[in-house]
Design a protein around this ligand. Structure first.
Ligand code: FPP
Length: 242
């Protein structure tokens, strides 16, 4: 899947993951409510996803709502869920034109029923297309994902469908929310914090990390290109010797 900016000297990673951070501070700096930062952040997501599609990336995974984000105020949680609803409604309507398929990582069962229904419809519609895919993490936590996968494997063993010795790294990857998707080569965290925050704990085993102080709503395609250039300059050894 070669995109518009195909250039062998500047290869595009197949899968980039981003922690959407800094929305609240972006809003506070402007004297706006935090929810305005999330609204701006969702527009940035739209722009960056379109750009990723255009440069020939296969997957973009974004951390939009974590298992810990329920600790925020009711107003903030419902503003974020409202933005997601709006985004999914638009995505459903425009999928053919936008060519952005969607998939979800996380335990969707705790989300409002309406959002669960919309997510299911979006998945069905996405299955009719191929090409670029955005994975949106909703009520997602890396530890929670691993526990859900382990529980599923234990259930299969108890039902006599699997034996403990069947479990390999590959088999376990196939039980995660990201089943069938290659691990992200590059994980980007805007917003200035230097931590992983329970994001893609299994999948990030050999990911390259790129941190920037830019707040997510201010994140631009040029910033993404800087991250990709930094990634292209890294020596990835996967524990071996080059
Ligand atoms: C982190 O910034 C951001 C979130 C917890 C929410 C991200 C959600 C969106 C951008 C809305 C919808 C998303 C999509 C994909 C349509 P923060 O609030 O922790 O910022 P702070 O660290 O500056 O307080």
């Amino acid at each position: 899947m070669a995109g518009d900016r195909f250039d062998p000297a500047r290869p595009v990673p197949r899968h980039v993951a981003i922690i959407l951070d800094g929305n609240g501070r972006w809003a506070q700096k402007r004297g706006l409510p935090r929810t305005a930062g999330h609204a701006a952040g969702s527009e940035t997501f739209r722009r960056i996803a379109t750009y990723c599609r255009d440069i020939g990336m296969d997957y973009l995974t974004v951390y939009a709502f974590s298992t810990e984000n329920w600790k925020r105020s009711v107003e903030e949680v419902s503003a974020i869920l409202g933005l997601l609803k709006k985004y999914l409604l638009e995505a459903l309507e425009k999928m053919e034109r936008d060519r952005i398929r969607l998939r979800f990582f996380g335990d969707l069962s705790r989300l409002p029923k309406e959002l669960q229904g919309l997510a299911a419809r979006t998945l069905e519609t996405s299955a009719r297309y191929d090409g670029f895919q955005a994975n949106v993490c909703l009520n997602y936590g890396g530890r929670d994902e691993i526990v859900r996968a382990a529980r599923e494997f234990a259930r299969r063993c108890a039902a006599g469908q699997s034996r403990p010795e069947d479990l390999t790294e590959n088999a376990f990857s196939g039980l995660l929310d990201s089943a069938g998707i290659p691990d992200p080569e590059l994980i980007i965290r805007p917003g200035g914090e230097l931590r992983q925050s329970n994001f893609l704990l299994w999948q990030a085993a050999y990911s390259e990390f790129y941190y920037t102080d830019v707040l997510w709503p201010d994140f631009t395609p040029a910033e993404l290109e800087r991250a990709i250039a930094a990634y292209n300059g890294r020596s990835r050894r996967f524990g071996g010797i080059p």
